[in-house]
Each structure stands twice: as structure tokens, then as C-alpha cells.
Write a protein that binds this ligand. Structure first.
Ligand code: ADP
Ligand code: MG
Length: 299
């Protein structure tokens, strides 16, 4: 996995010492714990620890009238659907609010249709409204590359222009994250050098492997007060190994797991709904027959 953190003035990658444990370094708050609780994403957790440590130290330096490095925190999240981009962005907003970099830390998640209007002037107006809503937090633009897909006359370009202007005018208290498929985001930034230099932090979200997907599914069951029998766990493990060998990039990753978990919960309900005297054990147990067939799961 490639993780790059580039800061505009130096153009160099960061070489920050490894941070062993995020919770030793940072406040013992819920959002930092939420980040740690996410399955896998080891590199991403470390990169975020670096970025938050950096921001925290820069604000402490400013308070003592020391020179602070440019603290440009706009980011690009590259990865397939369901790899945790939105989840991480939401937690990141709270982390930045906690360390005082953002006033509110809320997440405003939008896509092309929320920014682009239907006539001249409409796009700038829509985009400005969204930017205003995101002030103090994170503006997360999903599938951001679609803003450049319509050619020169497309209003998507007007949305980019408006966004860049706001970024210049209001430097503080807003972080913009552009998210989307790796390849498309790469091309999009390549063709927009102005944009590229304004988004110095790039984070790659790799597809989860079978072991991570299993852990994600188990966590989802646990959060919903369900548990798998040993046989069900074994069957799911085998299925996920096969799934990862043959999967398509659009296959959904963690979101696919959520669909699988929710479908199995409905199938279990169907199995037990007519029974009398249901005990706690019956209500929480998912057995191997409750696991849906692959074709029953929405991707
Ligand atoms: N590492 C993880 N650990 C636990 N759950 C995860 C993880 N990554 C994603 N999820 C869950 O999977 C679902 C999809 O994740 P999301 O952040 O929406 O993906 P993306 O924005 O990349 O499409 C969410 O319900 C989220 O909570
Ligand atoms: Mg998302």
C-alpha cells in the first residue's frame, strides 16, 4: 500500500518516527478510540496519528511565537467503495475538533449532483452554500473525479473553481477531502495541477483481505448483539477466502459485509419467528444455514 504525505513547500514525503500506539499519544477520547477500533487500516491509523500530532505541535509552536510549518490539511482518499473512507473522514473530523484544529468537526458528505447546478451561476451558488455548511468541519466530496468528466463546458469545472476560490479566501476551519476510485482520482488530479497542489495529503484505502472482512463481520454481529456458531464462522471464513480470490473492485468491501450480516439476521428471523418460548440463546445465534447464498447478497 502506498501512503504519501506531501507538504506543498518541500515536496518531500514525511519520515516521521513510527507511532506505536495512538491512544498513548493522544487524548483518551471516544473519537480516538473509534479510530483504533476500526479493523485493519494499520497504515492509515499511523498516517492519521502523524497528521494529528503534526497539527497539535504546530498549534503549540504558534502559541509560543515559534515558526509553524504550513498546515494544509486538505486530503485525497483513494480506494474502492466500502473501504472505510467515509467512516475514517467522520472520525477524523471529531479528532480535529478535539485538538482544536476545527471548530465543529462535523462531516458534510456530498457528490457531484449536490454541487453542480443546471444553469450559469447556479453551480457557484450551490457550491458556495455547501462550503458554508461545511465551515468548521470536513467537506467530503465522494467520487470527486466526476467533476471533471463532462468536458470544458461542464458545470463541474465551475464547482472546482468556486471551491478553490473559497479555499484561498478562507484558509482556516475547513478541511476538504476528495474521495474516489484510485485510478480515476489519480487521473483527475493529474489533469488539474492547481488542485493537486492544494491537496497535499494522499491516503490510499486498500481492499480488505479475507481475514479483515471476517473481523469486520464479527464486529458487526457483536455490535448488533448477535453471534455466530463455530460452524457458521467456519463457513463464512471459507466463503470470504473464495470471495477475495475472485472479487471485482466494485464488490463493496466492508459495505458488502454489512449487507451479508443484515441479510443473515433476516434469514435467522425467518427461521425462528414461528417458534414458541424463544430464549436469549435462540435470539442471538446465527447458524450456518442463516448465512445467505452469495447471490442473495446485494453488492
Ligand atoms: N475498518 C473497518 N472496521 C469496521 N467497520 C468498517 C471498517 N471499514 C468500513 N467499515 C464499515 O463498512 C461500511 C462502509 O464503510 P464506508 O466508510 O461507508 O466506506 P466508503 O466510504 O469507502 O465507501 C460502514 O458501515 C462502516 O462502518
Ligand atoms: Mg463513502
Amino acid at each position: 500500500m502506498e501512503i504519501s504525505m506531501r507538504f506543498p513547500d518541500t515536496g518531500t514525503s514525511s519520515a516521521v518516527a513510527p507511532i506505536a500506539n495512538i491512544t498513548n499519544t493522544f487524548p483518551q477520547s471516544d473519537c480516538f478510540k473509534d479510530l483504533e477500533c476500526l479493523i485493519g487500516l494499520k497504515e492509515i491509523k499511523r498516517t492519521l496519528a502523524e497528521i494529528t500530532a503534526f497539527s497539535l505541535v504546530q498549534s503549540k509552536r504558534t502559541a509560543l511565537q515559534l515558526k509553524a510549518c504550513p498546515n494544509v490539511l486538505h486530503m485525497v482518499f483513494k480506494g474502492n467503495p466500502g473501504t472505510g473512507k467515509t467512516t475514517v473522514a467522520r472520525i477524523l473530523g471529531k479528532m480535529f475538533a478535539e485538538i482544536g484544529v476545527l471548530g465543529r468537526g462535523h462531516l458534510v458528505e456530498v457528490e457531484r449532483a449536490d454541487l453542480v447546478g443546471e444553469y450559469i451561476g447556479h453551480t457557484a451558488q450551490k457550491t458556495r452554500e455547501i462550503l458554508k455548511k461545511a465551515q468548521g468541519g470536513i467537506l467530503f466530496i465522494d467520487e470527486a473525479y466526476t467533476l471533471a468528466q463532462g468536458g470544458d463546458k461542464d458545470f463541474g469545472r465551475e464547482a472546482i473553481g468556486t471551491m478553490v476560490k473559497t479555499m484561498e479566501d478562507e484558509r482556516n476551519n475547513l478541511i476538504i477531502i476528495l474521495a474516489g476510485y484510485s485510478l480515476e482520482m489519480g487521473r483527475f488530479l493529474q489533469s488539474n495541477p492547481g488542485l493537486r497542489s492544494r491537496f497535499p495529503i494522499h491516503i490510499d484505502f486498500p481492499d480488505y483481505d479475507a481475514a479483515d472482512l471476517l473481523q469486520i463481520a464479527l464486529l458487526m454481529y457483536q455490535e448488533r448483539d448477535y453471534e455466530l456458531t463455530n460452524r457458521a464462522r467456519w463457513k463464512l471464513n471459507n466463503y470470504l477466502n473464495e470471495f477475495c480470490r475472485t472479487r471485482h473492485p466494485h464488490s463493496g468491501n466492508a459495505r458488502y459485509m454489512r449487507n451479508l450480516v443484515e441479510k443473515s439476521i433476516r434469514l435467522q428471523a425467518l427461521r425462528i419467528v414461528d417458534r414458541d418460548n424463544l430464549r436469549r440463546k435462540d435470539l442471538i445465534t446465527i447458524n450456518e444455514n442463516d448465512l445467505p447464498l452469495p447471490e442473495q447478497i446485494t453488492r
